[in-house]
Design a protein around this ligand. Sequence first.
Ligand SMILES: [Zn+2]
Length: 234
Amino acid sequence: MNVLPPLAVAGAASSLMAWAVRGRSASVFGRSIWHGPRDRKAVALTFDDGPSESTPEILEVLAEYGVTATFFQCGANVDRLPEIAREVAARRHEVGNHTYSHPYLFLRSPDGIETELRRAQETIESHTGVWPCWFRAPYGARWFGLGRAQRKMQLTGVMWSTIGYDWNRRASEVVARMAASTSNGAILCLHDGRELRKKPDVRATVETVRRLVPLLLDRGYKFETIGRLLCPKI
Ligand SMILES: [Zn+2]
């Protein structure tokens, strides 16, 4: 009889748990998507941790190319920079929920998780008029109670097919990494802020957007919001 030693069982259980918490394709702790349909040459550019003082610079680059994106905003940053949050929505970009204070949700209580999501929803709505329907978990970490909170607020989780590591890499590396892994339906993750930092240094992100957008347009990709990518007929 083959019996797995207890350590192997514990190891398998813990790697399964790690996937449930951080795996981009996991929906264990709440409905979540990480990729769009592969039958159209369209991608979604997404930004987390904004708004920041540098968000307008990114908006200008996107406007130059007539591209729309999805911005997962933190409620605390929206409270700090409400005019910039409004400008994002006014330019027809999609606004998503990235919690109020950017906590690590892992091991948090279900009520604590719900409070973070609700406070962000209400803050975003009061400053932009938008009640988001997409949620991105800080650090990509999900936990028990998130699914219930998402359902209560009609939120769907959104992970990514490629993340840029733009917070600690040079633009050239980020562009190369993202361009190499982009395919139909890709959801690309960058950051127009750095958690809740004031005046964060997002130069690598701005430079990445300047180079990546024309590069992917030249390859024939269309940029869409998450809503449009998933429901092109709406
Ligand atoms: Zn974040």
